[in-house]
Write a protein that binds this ligand. Sequence first.
Ligand code: SF4
Length: 368
Amino acid sequence: MRDGFAVSEFPVPALDFTPAVEAETRPLWEKLKSRVTPIEWRTQAPLILAINALKREKNAVILAHNYMTPEIFHGVGDYVGDSLGLAREAARSDAAIIVQAGVHFMAETSKILAPDKTVLIPDLRAGCSLASSITAADVRLIKQRYPGVPVVTYVNTSAEVKAETDICCTSANAVQVVEAAAAEWGVDRVILIPDEYLAKNVARQTEIKIIAWQGRCEVHERFTGADMAELREAYPNAEILAHPECPTDVIEASDFTGSTAAMSDYVMRRKPKQVVLITECSMADNVAVDAPETEFVRPCNLCPHMKRITLENIYQTLLTGQFEVTVDPAIAARARAAVQRMVDLPPPLKPARYDLVKARHHVEVELI
Ligand code: SF4
């Protein structure tokens, strides 16, 4: 047990929905009542107050990913956003403790960028199909097979994998990073791992040849071109936004493609009358709370890993200090260099243009 944390048994003791709790949480209830039932709120409201009190007591912040459920995202998240945005907040924060309301690779990235802070994750089993698709040993073999070819790694990977690579990327800057790496190494091809679909979608936007790994996000790979055709027919006026981890025929059929942060920004700025977000289910729930004028069509897929994080286990984590995420300092230093190399690139002149996917249909990607 960590210093400063009480010994506590799971499950979380019942916290009462008293008139005082009801009154204090009423503004939040007004915001969330279209997403949460009154019965659920009786359990959630006291937990939200207890978590927020524990954060103050322990000098902790909660970094909540866009795929967290609305009561976490809007109720206890101090910083919300996509994985890279959250990692940057981890580095900037003055808090002593970071609770990662997200999956394990995100907590590792926070630890890499904020090595002096205690990073906790409420459920150690919160993994990711992309991150677990590739190991550091795999990357070492890839480097042996393609000597002199730079390795660009998506942030959805373990610290060990990041440590083996030259530079990290996100879905927002992957094209820029691929081109910068090719220029710096003086080559015309780049290894982009581990997401096969992100690699294929990036390949459509650049002259650089892409060598890709066959990892996939189990949430986004399930969307199909046939789903898109059905949506177009059923909702002809809806604007369809898709995540770049989706298959290329899904991207081709969408109106806009971008990271979760870019999708959220699109809805908040352009205020479409009707929108479809081709991504994880909680994303639309969270954006809808702040965009009441937009109607959301919800053909979504749940991420089972993200859904392991609950108000109950966040409360337990703050109470007991379980589960701390650590990264070997030598690995963290090498992984940090790969992340920092990306951060040090100048901002892209233009945002990622996944619409170019539609214009170039015959780009081949070499799959490892
Ligand atoms: S949504 Fe996909 S990429 Fe994100 S954590 Fe879940 S499996 Fe991993």
